[in-house]
Design a protein. Sequence first.
Lengths: 124, 465
Amino acid sequence: MVDYAHHVTAVAGGPGLMSFITIFVLAAFVGYEVVSKVPSILHTPLMSGSNAIHGIILVGTMLVLGQAHGAAQLTLGFLAVVLATLNVVGGFVVTDRMLHMFKPRSETKPAKEEPPAAGDGPAS
Amino acid sequence: MSRATATDLVYLIAIVGFILALIGLSSPKHARLGNLAGAAGMLLAVAWTFSLPAVYGQTKNLILIIVAVVIGTVIGVPAARMVKMTAMPQMVAIFNGVGGGAAALVSVTEFISLPGKQIAIYKICEILFGVLVGAVSFAGSAVAFAKLQELMTGRPITYPGQQPINAGVGLAIVAVLLATILTANTALLVVVLVLSLALGVIFVLPIGGADVPVLISLLNSFTGLAVAASGFTLNSNLLIVAGTLVGASGILLTRMMSHAMGRSIGNILFSAFGSVITATGADGGPDGRSVRTGTAEDIGVLLAYARKVAIVPGYGLAVAQAQHVARELADLLTARGVEVYYAIHPVAGRMPGHMNVLLAEANVPYEQLVEMDDANPEMATTDVALVVGANDTVNPAAKNTPGSPIYGMPIINVDQATNIVFLKRSMRPGFAGIDNELLYDPKTTMLFGDAKDTLTALVAAVRSV
């Protein structure tokens, strides 16, 4: 029997269910801990940034489509890769655009040069 | 080093990149660097995945993967680059929704490809969780997008029997889930998928436009959990950790956001907030009272001779794209020796921090942006509070009127300033649909019009003083 999961198990090194649950619980605490210090002015970029991170599903969709057989699996897998790619590139680009606007300016020199008009930069 | 170990190592580096991305967001200084670390981790993980036999083994499938990635990139990059800053919230909603959709599709495809009989129960449970949560996130994000993009009304949509219907759909899903676990039947999985999509829609319909950002944060967290479920299905540490990071941080972020609005998550999700518009007008108050309107010249003089001016921006400033003119006015006043600061409510705009992004776009010095908790003590010594396109975030009803839907929400206390100037398009109430008694206050002056036009007029007026 060619169980698809075996391919990936081989790839992932094959720890058991219990170690996955351990990793899950620890990751939950890490996730909770690291964002507890984020100031409210950065909440929107944080939402967008974490949105980009769950785009990692792209790796999962690639593995699934790589092993897909038959029209149904191929179609669903293809659609999944397109959607996941949208998630990744859109997430990171939008976050970068937001954070671009938070770039620090020096307090010592008040007459700072205007930044290059990237996209919809300052009008004047 | 074996290939499997190398893969684990590469994925571990990617995970570190993601954690650095979240840590970087603790301060504006390192945020961008952190995001680049996250993007680098993502690129590394995806590039390495192409080197796995499971991906490149079958040429036809590999070509499909490459074509799909190219299509996603060609659509996604321009869309993300060209979207206006004011439209950011709905863009985040869309990119979140497609992620949830992808996670649901991974689970569905896995289910189809597994042989029917010998699947362990926990495997089916993981798959079903991925389908359910991913599909709810996908459909919910789509409705949230429609609300923010104003393709449909931003008001809460309620109908008779809403709660029983929602509960019925919920119970139906539980029943079908149980049946699927017992039978591992593909047709039943399709029913789960359809019902989950329906649940996503009816879950979001009664949530008002002002609360949608909190909802997006919650759905973001859901997508993270769906990705983690896919990680369990595919035995992938990478997906489990990345998905869980987002799931946990998203839930905390949702709590912080609803806290900033002075409400509980449950209240936001289930109370159809904003549908009770008529409740506050009932005490007969505002209708008979008159409103004082001023000319741009009057207000220009008021501003030019003030010692301290607070600019309180709201969504009206954002839609009018008036952040650049606002900065021009602030610069002009600063040059005259007036102390100017921006008092930013945490939920000004349509998302927490949205206003900071917009003002940063207009190169407003970071030090002039004062958050609500620091701005409120300053209000008593402020000569003029210039409220630009904001309403609910300064409405004293949040403090004084226990029956009001926004009662308990922290506000910027512009009522303590010596003078208040409202730049507003009309007397229409704000997003929450509640009248604001401050508009009728004797120390309030109104200047009606589009925020950009009125601010431009004020700039001219201050110049000619």
